[in-house]
Write a protein that binds this ligand. Structure first.
Ligand SMILES: [Zn+2]
Ligand SMILES: [Zn+2]
Length: 357
């Protein structure tokens, strides 16, 4: 598609009336929001080339602010999209048995209360993950979180890849979000939880990168130690030969001290060089509304009780997991601390949340 065709298509998508005058010329009637955003009049003509004796109006080219503005609009829309997936799930015939198979309470009891079909919303964010030290590694990782119940739909990112193109072409409604997913109540916490989840994954994904940085750092530190060890020995042997002369001891001590300070500074330089910084940048966001079976459960430990909602993921039929309150690992086999924080096995015996408070 050439520039003028692209411009016409996007303007049309954004609610403008576009008339193709032929010969690469367009007349466009802009709606209010585009007039303000692009700083154009209500009716404008556009063309690609200047022709003699013809008034084609504005000339379109790559550097044109109108084109840049339209590109920005499109980029924002591409980053934040919403979609609805069709389909009505069936209530479970044996919800207790299903829970028995998939949810394990290690140090508490739980009871199934009831189930209902409800619309839940998922936030799907592909992150560009980077590990940066003296070298750099990059991966794209997609994190999906059920915003409605704050549960983790295990494996859903793979099912989405399979389901999306098909459903979007058939009956799913896909629309551009009016507001970014960062807007709205609770969204900031959702995003911050997803960032913590992606950082946790980064530690696993980049484990080889982290180990190799560590190895190279230790190797450099060993070299430094050898080098400054040799310097120190040289200063000492040199001094011993001239032991009798005036102030030789003091001079040697001064030189040793200078070498020690330099050594310490070099150690810090090496440590700084190999510090691994983990970066996670969201590449976009998709908010997905789907109907799901949601199980209502009552968890009880000693005298305390709490209600939770666990959805059965509508795409893959798996029970969604609860993120560990401390490290955010998704868990379906968990513990409760005395303050009712839901924890994974690694965080359990000594609840990090209670310790922090
Ligand atoms: Zn944990
Ligand atoms: Zn706790």
């Amino acid at each position: 598609m050439d520039l003028i065709g692209w411009f016409g298509a996007v303007a049309d998508l954004e609610g403008a009336l576009v008339e193709d005058n032929g010969g690469g010329q367009l007349s466009v009637l802009f709606p209010d929001h585009l007039r303000r955003r692009l700083q154009v009049g209500e009716m404008e003509s556009f063309g690609m080339e200047e022709e003699q004796d013809s008034d084609i109006g504005r000339l379109l080219h790559d550097q044109n602010p109108v084109i840049a503005g339209m590109g920005e609009i499109l980029a924002e829309k591409g980053r934040f999209a919403t979609a609805e997936l069709p389909g009505k799930p069936q209530l479970l015939r044996m919800p207790e048995a299903f829970l028995d198979r998939h949810f394990t309470a290690q140090n508490f009891i739980y009871r199934y209360r009831d189930q209902q079909i409800a619309t839940v919303r998922y936030l799907v964010i592909p992150f560009l993950l980077g590990a940066v030290s003296d070298m750099k590694a990059e991966r794209i990782v997609t994190i999906v979180l059920n915003e409605t119940t704050r549960t983790v739909p295990l494996g859903m990112e793979n099912d989405l890849t399979a389901a999306m193109p098909q459903t979007l072409h058939s009956s799913a409604r896909s629309a551009f979000a009016d507001t970014a997913p960062t807007a709205g109540a609770g969204a900031t916490e959702t995003i911050s939880l997803m960032k913590k989840m992606v950082h946790r994954q980064a530690m696993q994904l980049f484990s080889e990168f982290l180990r190799s940085s560590e190895r190279r750092m230790l190797r450099d530190l060993e070299r430094l130690q050898d080098y400054y060890g040799a310097i120190a020995r040289e200063i000492e042997t040199g001094a011993k030969k001239r032991w009798s002369s005036d102030g030789e001891r003091e001079k040697a001590a001064g030189r040793l001290e200078a070498a020690r300070l330099e050594y310490e500074k070099k150690i810090q330089d090496v440590r700084d060089k190999y510090v691994v910084e983990i970066q996670a940048e969201p590449l976009g966001a998709l908010r997905l509304a789907v109907d799901a079976v949601v199980l209502h459960i009552r968890m009880q430990r000693r005298k305390k009780a709490m209600q939770i909602e666990l959805p059965v993921n509508p795409l893959n039929g798996r029970l969604e997991a609860i993120p560990c309150a401390a490290c955010h690992t998704p868990v379906l086999n968990g513990f409760l601390c005395d303050e009712m924080h839901f924890l994974c096995a690694a965080c359990h015996p000594n609840c990090p949340i209670c310790r922090r408070d």
